[in-house]
Design a protein. Structure first.
Length: 101
């Protein structure tokens, strides 16, 4: 399913984050140095929101216990989380951005 997110992405300034809630999905859009990523917004360790997570070196760090996840792949880079975050593809179609979920 493709969800149009064009306006959200266009209004996301460099190094800003925004939570999107779409049906049962809670997705974090991240503009990291001009690159846009879409990942699950909830840490896989103890369900902390990543909205206030620290972004550095292409990773997001959970504010609760410090687990780190790669923004691009969702892979765990640092414990205590073991399970990766789901990531979502952003596609450009006819000049508009869509999130593929
Ligand atoms: S809740 Fe995220 S690292 Fe523990």
């Amino acid at each position: 399913m493709n969800i149009e997110v064009h306006d959200y992405i266009k209004n996301l300034n460099e190094n800003e984050k925004k939570i999107l809630i779409i049906d049962d999905y809670k997705i974090l859009l991240v503009n990291h140095n001009g690159k846009i990523y879409a990942i699950d917004a909830t840490c896989t360790h103890e369900d902390e929101s990543l909205e206030d997570g620290y972004i550095d070196d292409e990773c997001i760090e959970c504010p609760k216990h410090g687990a780190k996840f790669e923004l691009k792949t969702g892979e765990v880079r640092s414990l205590p989380a073991f399970k990766p975050l789901k990531t979502y593809e952003i596609v450009l179609e006819n000049g508009k951005y869509f999130l593929r979920i």
